[in-house]
Design a protein around this ligand. Structure first.
Ligand code: GLN
Length: 435
């Protein structure tokens, strides 16, 4: 077993990790650092939570621990999940194991990195708008984001409560079907999990997929050609592939950023240097000045941007125009998916329009550029539908390319069997790990 300290020194996937690995444990896992853990500090990538040691484990962590898994550590992420490259982290920025000058994707970048680098590793991630699929694609691993409400959010540090979904990343498809049922299920501590039907793995096969016409727009040349090849492979496996129109997908991204920032701005209101994290606010200041001073010092730029955006979209006078409108758009997108999924098992598109970018290119991107990169992952998240990213090719430089299948609510079983079938026919490459 690799030494965690040395692999972490090279790839920076962990914010904190165990001193020794229990070789007798039946399996090892990690958790994104927005899932509370009593064994480690939990900071969700933010300085505002530095030093916070929760009293309990988040539901998915305790369910994996209950069956004997050893929690190896907490993985680095964008602050509160705000980002697409894990570069908005106050702690470490994970480095892509296929090329350390490139990002792992985000916001579960550390999770994808750990899944790619450590043998037989199960990484718990969380997706709000694509944070499992995106890093899975950039790091060449499998990632499943379940239906909203399938996995309890108890112990998850909220980004946007109506969108947050814990899930799993792994280099092996079989781990997804082994461990997703373990972390799934009703939990009275998260009422949104209590209406779910059981997750039964029936072995139901993927027989037909719909590819939205727009899925081929805006792709890099390498992604487009890998995706076309993958479609051919799927057809060779007996899957029927049909191109369809999904005219509402283009509205998903603006609606998502309105809803996600609206919810995030209220969630972040609880951080004021009193209950969690550093408590060094100047109590001699007036009330407003105290919070302005503390929050200016401890929140990163992206968190501040989202507080401003989300406060604006909820303001009296703007709420109907933005927030309420975005809720209506969400319904329209769900209906568009349902219409297509009536006749197909899944909707298929590339996961990300390009391979993992280099850090120097990321530093030149505006906030809007990076929001736009999510246009393929956001719609399924807005709709709360389960989705799976699988490695489907490599560019000329060996960087992984992923594709994403979206199934109807509660139909994870089709995705899990598709992952297993895909893995049988596709040669998933592992990075050459340096210590
Ligand atoms: N990149 C998206 C965002 O910044 C999604 C992140 C996520 O799923 N946490 O909101």
């Amino acid at each position: 077993m690799t030494s965690l300290a040395s692999v972490n020194g090279r790839y920076r996937m962990f914010r904190s990790f165990v001193e020794s690995i229990d070789e007798d444990a039946p399996f090892h896992f990690s958790a994104k650092d927005n899932l509370t853990s009593s064994a480690f500090e939990t900071c969700a990538g933010s300085r505002v939570l530095e030093g916070y040691r929760p009293a309990f484990d988040a539901a998915p962590i305790s369910r994996l621990s209950d069956i004997g898994g050893q929690l190896l550590g907490k993985t680095n992420m964008d602050e509160f999940g705000f980002g697409t490259f894990s570069a908005n982290s106050a702690y470490g920025i994970p480095l892509n194991p296929f090329d350390t000058e490139r990002a792992c994707g985000g916001s579960s970048g550390g999770a994808a990195c750990a899944a790619a680098v450590l043998d037989g590793h199960v990484a718990l991630g969380v997706s709000t708008g694509g944070s499992i699929s995106c890093p899975a694609s950039f790091c060449g691993v499998f990632g499943i984001t379940p239906t909203y409400g399938r996995v309890s959010r108890h112990g998850l540090i909220d980004y946007a409560n109506s969108l947050d979904k814990p899930g799993i990343l792994s280099a092996r498809a079989s781990d997804l079907s082994r461990y997703l049922p373990v972390i799934s299920g009703r939990d009275p501590r998260d009422p949104t999990s209590c209406m779910q039907p059981d997750l039964v793995l029936t072995g139901r096969k993927l027989r037909s997929v719909a590819v939205p016409e727009t899925a081929l727009e805006g792709l890099s040349r390498d992604v487009e050609s890998a995706f076309r090849t993958a479609i051919g492979t799927l057809e060779g496996m007996g899957v029927e592939v049909e191109t369809v129109e999904m005219p509402t997908l283009k509205y998903a991204m603006p609606a998502y950023y309105v809803l996600a920032t609206s919810e995030a701005s209220t969630n972040l209101a609880r951080y004021g240097g009193m209950r969690y994290g550093p408590q060094d606010g100047d109590l001699a200041l007036r009330f407003d000045d105290y919070f302005t001073d503390f929050r200016s010092r401890y929140f990163g730029d992206e968190a501040k941007r989202r507080i401003l955006l989300g406060t604006f979209t909820r303001m009296v006078g703007f709420r109907d125009r933005y927030y309420t409108k975005a809720l209506q758009v969400r319904e329209v997108v769900i209906n568009d998916y349902r219409r297509v999924l009536d006749d197909h098992d899944a909707v298929l598109a590339p996961t990300m329009p390009f391979v993992a970018p280099r850090f120097d290119d990321i530093s030149r991107m505006s906030a809007l550029d990076s929001y736009k990169a999510d246009y393929l992952t956001v719609p399924a998240n807005l709709a709360g539908m389960p989705h799976l990213s699988v490695p489907c090719g490599y560019d000329g430089g060996g960087m992984p390319i992923g594709m994403q299948l979206v199934a109807d609510h509660w139909c994870e079983d089709v995705l899990l069997s598709a992952a297993l079938d895909w893995e049988k026919g596709f040669d998933v490459r592992r990075p050459e790990v340096m210590e």
